[in-house]
Write a protein that binds this ligand. Structure first.
Ligand code: ADP
Ligand code: MG
Length: 251
């Protein structure tokens, strides 16, 4: 047995006979920060959809903490501790940063928790710490609408963390951000990686260099190569299929 937090075994997803994910074997250890890169159409988003249960595999398995999740709904998989951040921020613009975090923190609350309407001191402390972690403590009480795009991204990452997941899935967190905001998000992910396993999908190679320890290159639905950023950037197969291509604009 293994203690990998996430494993995929011979994972395949067909759309009308086309294999978007093709016999994919992948694994991640608890506490790992992994970046998955790959050209457009490589299957990156489909990969996340299969992990979260948004789509079901044609064949093969996804194992989370050793448990096959195929039979579980998206909601149940989320409750098991897999949190996903989509590309565009999904924060409530008319609520403050603090309120957004409080709302997220109460999402998966058990029955006992929901019986007590008042926020416990513990909860308030947790939200306060989270506001510090995402660098929004000074802007905690203004509407999220007034935050910059980068701050909204950080807030949404905070909302994800508020739900206490063990595995965070993050799809292109720095697309459209300034260099400074990109660095902030990178630092945040590195900090969060001290207490969570994080899987990041990303195009921005400089960002990948900032955060990555191990990089997986996806190509035509399978793992093309894995290694450090230097190893994958110098791999002739990778240069041919990915780095040789013009940088694409979307995911
Ligand atoms: P990436 O995120 O790496 O750009 P995707 O996972 O979005 O790649 O897509 C991988 C391939 O699967 C693409 O060729 C895409 O057109 C195809 N695909 C994805 N979702 C569907 C779908 N719902 N129906 C048909 N084809 C799909
Ligand atoms: Mg995509």
């Amino acid at each position: 047995m293994t203690d990998s937090i996430l494993i995929t075994e011979n994972l395949t997803k067909e759309f009308d006979g086309f294999k978007a994910i093709n016999n994919l074997n992948f694994s991640m250890e608890p506490g790992e920060l992994r970046v998955v890169i790959g050209p457009n159409g490589a299957g990156k988003t489909t990969f996340l959809d299969l992990i979260t249960g948004k789509t079901k595999p044609t064949t093969g398995q996804v194992l989370y903490k050793g448990k096959k999740v195929r039979r579980y709904s998206e909601e149940k998989i989320s409750r098991l501790g897999i949190g996903r951040k989509f590309q565009t921020p999904r924060v409530y613009l008319n609520l403050t940063a603090r309120e957004n975090l409080e709302l997220a923190a109460s999402k998966h609350k058990n029955v006992l928790g929901t019986l007590f309407k008042q926020r416990t001191k513990d909860e308030r402390d947790r939200v306060g710490i989270l506001l510090e972690t995402i660098g929004l403590a000074v802007k905690a009480d203004r509407p999220a609408d007034l935050l910059s795009h980068g701050e909204k991204q950080r807030l949404e990452i905070g909302m994800l963390v508020a739900q206490s997941p063990d595995l965070l899935l993050v799809d292109e967190p720095v697309a459209g951000l300034t260099d400074e905001e990109t660095e902030n998000v990178g630092n945040l992910l590195v900090t969060l990686a001290e207490s969570h396993a994080i899987l990041v999908i990303e195009h921005d190679m400089e960002f990948v260099r900032q955060i990555a320890r191990k990089v997986t290159v996806l190509h035509q639905g399978s793992v093309l190569c894995e290694g450090t950023i230097d190893e994958v950037q110098n791999d002739p197969k990778v240069i041919e299929v990915y780095l040789g291509q013009p940088r694409s604009v979307d995911s």
